[in-house]
Design a binder for this molecule. Sequence first.
Ligand SMILES: C[S@@+](CC[C@H](N)C(=O)[O-])C[C@H]1O[C@@H](n2cnc3c(N)ncnc32)[C@H](O)[C@@H]1O
Length: 272
Amino acid sequence: MKKDKVYLLEDLHDEIQRLEFQDQVWADETKTLWEKAQFSHCDHILDLGCGPGFASMELARSIKAGGKVTALDSTLEYLEFLKQKIQKENISNLHTLHSPIENAPFENEQFDGVFARMVLLFIKDLEQALEKIFQSMRPGGRLAISDFHSYRSSFIMSPHSPKLEKILDIQHNFFLRHSCDLEIARKLPELLMDLGFDIMSLDPIQKIGKPQNQYWTWVEIFLHKFIPQLIEEKEITKTLADEFWLEWNTRKKDPKTFFTTPTFLNIVAKKP
Ligand SMILES: C[S@@+](CC[C@H](N)C(=O)[O-])C[C@H]1O[C@@H](n2cnc3c(N)ncnc32)[C@H](O)[C@@H]1O
């Protein structure tokens, strides 16, 4: 497995669909984050690790023609998908940039705002990336981050689900071994302050998943993609996967079932 493709399965079409659904599930919390960051009409915003760009398009619409969005990602296929969308929907204030953030060809003090949702957890040299972000922002610029705070310890099924616990332990270790930190947001406020950012807001985001609600479906779609990958990587056996799905589907029919979703932290930081 390539280090930078932790959960990015070969079937990119499926992954784009998953990210589109994920974008819809967290759209309200994302809009609140943008409002808190005061992204406004004439701003130049960087969408860092934009993926297929569902949020970039919404951001470009919301800051209107007076502002512009640069959608940066290290995965070319996502940007090709986004470029087609930009053309089809005739969005004039949204541009793509193919680069890892660490080597992005930015000028200093270029951006009024930076948005990074579920991307910092994948970045290996986080401090270098944050420094790059800091330099690329103008004084007074706002950085809006949404990332996992406590995936393993906050994602809990009731009644207790031993097979889910087992899969989550394996997932946690698997991500760590691939340098992906599912608790990244715990470290960010301190790192940002050390760089010179002021923290404007910290908001934990957690929901209740119930069978068939959107949070349940969000998790289920991820597991449907990720568990076959764990089997392929010989992290789990097919037998364990089958036992897990049997337990999951039994829970799904039980009206007493719910889970708490993995907790995100939404952060707004300002460059003085
Ligand atoms: C889970 S997706 C999130 C996409 C998007 N931010 C969203 O919320 O829908 C993570 C994205 O980060 C990108 N990524 C990972 N490491 C990166 C890096 N060093 N520089 C730029 N993009 C990176 C991946 O290519 C992927 O598109």
